[in-house]
Design a protein around this ligand. Structure first.
Ligand code: TRH
Length: 379
């Protein structure tokens, strides 16, 4: 019989929590032959990244995963063999009690947020006994270095990226209604929070002479407000184009998750945010700019610097400085219009670095396989 896994996902906001859980659920099902139930409390967010999902179904099957609406009160169900509590969401009390009552207690794992901070390797896989019940929860940290759980990466991801040649790329753009590339054009994907200093960067792009032009395919969503603010006109729907000087914005639909991966492969530079798109940009192996999820008291700055230090280690000093400068200005410290040109000047070398960085990450194994291995050792 297949081993059963339950993944609990509480959508705090945005798409990152469900984005990670949905990828993990699919991969455990497809590549590890597990029977996976994904409990998600916000089906509307789920349906944005998985458009074939029914946003009101209490239970549905998608890509071999049983997707269940996590509602209150939580009806009694038999717990699975392995239970993933994503991002420290609180499991239903009734479910915890049911786990404790089983003769063979499930493996209980808290899958943590991604961070490049040093303390992560010290906490990865640590046990945390329940204060009252005969249960032990383990912390499992994704990460960028040995001694962490690695990053989500499907077996087929890098082969698919390699097979995404010019023909596949043209077809992709055609499907999205985006014109073919023009000579000298820089194509940049843009996914960021409303707080990003977009106006400043847009002004720099609009006025730039090198490269000749910048084309931004922008998925419908929050960024659109900032874009229309810069251009001073409203977008009315996908397929529309706005232009100012050398910068053109093409509004595209919010993509299904695997299509979003292709967008990252098809662009020269990717602006990403949060956790999941940040990871996918690293597998895309192109220069990228990360807007970190903002936290109280600027706690996110520590995380940003921890990643920057890792990612830029081994780069020539001027290239590392260019990355630090643009990323910091994009995250609120400085003006990206000023830091962009130096970053863009390193595009070719940053692309090479991206390949090497992805190879380094590859050697960590992938998060889903590492989770499976860990859970087997606990049983
Ligand atoms: O949406 P996010 O800001 O999510 C954030 C982070 O995960 C953050 O750490 C967490 O604390 C917070 O949510 C609650 O960014 P992220 O992580 O990149 O997730 C976006 C998801 O949306 C990702 O799976 C890619 C997907 N996506 C699409 O599927 N299609 C699209 O067109 C776009 C732009 C994104």
């Amino acid at each position: 019989m297949k081993q059963r896994w339950d993944i609990f996902c509480n959508v705090v906001d945005n798409f990152g929590d469900i984005g990670v859980c949905w990828r993990l659920a699919r991969q455990l099902t497809l590549e590890h032959g597990l029977a996976v139930r994904l409990w998600v409390d916000d089906l509307a967010s789920f349906a944005r990244i998985a458009p074939d999902a029914d946003p009101v179904a209490a239970q549905q099957w998608l890509r071999g995963v049983e997707v269940c609406h996590w509602q209150q009160p939580f009806a009694w169900i038999e717990p699975a063999d392995v239970v993933i509590e994503a991002f420290a969401c609180q499991l239903p009390e009734a479910y915890i009690a049911a786990m404790a009552a089983l003769p063979q207690r499930p493996v209980w794992i808290n899958l943590e947020y991604l961070s490049a901070e040093n303390w992560v390797t010290g906490c990865h896989r640590l046990p945390s006994p329940h204060p009252r019940l005969p249960l032990v929860k383990h912390f499992f940290f994704p990460g960028f270095v040995p001694g962490t759980g690695g990053l989500l990466r499907e077996q087929a991801l890098l082969p698919a990226r390699s097979a995404f040649d010019n023909v596949a790329q043209s077809e992709f753009w055609q499907r999205l209604g985006v014109p073919a590339r023009r000579a000298g054009e820089l194509r940049i994907s843009l996914f960021c929070y409303g707080s990003a200093p977009l106006r400043d960067l847009f002004a720099a792009w609009a006025a730039s002479i090198v490269p000749v032009s910048v084309l931004l395919p922008v998925p419908q969503g929050s960024v659109v407000d900032a874009v229309t603010d810069f251009f001073g006109v409203e977008f009315s729907g996908a397929g529309e184009t706005l232009q100012s000087g050398q910068v053109t914005v093409r509004l595209i639909p919010f993509l299904e998750q695997t299509e979003y991966d292709k967008l990252l492969w098809a662009c020269d530079i990717n602006f990403v945010r949060g956790e999941d798109s940040f990871v996918r940009a690293q597998w895309a192996a192109r220069p990228f700019v990360w807007q970190i999820y903002p936290q109280a008291d600027n706690a996110h700055q520590v995380k940003l610097n921890a990643f920057l230090d890792l990612y830029t280690a081994g780069m020539p000093p001027d290239m590392a400085a260019a990355v630090h400068a643009l990323w910091h200005s994009w995250n609120g410290d400085g003006q990206p219009g000023n830091t962009w040109p130096t970053f863009a000047a390193h595009q070719a070398a940053l692309t090479q670095h991206g390949e090497k960085w992805a190879e380094q990450l590859y050697r960590l194994g992938d998060l889903a396989s590492n989770l499976v291995r860990f859970s087997r050792n606990q049983i």
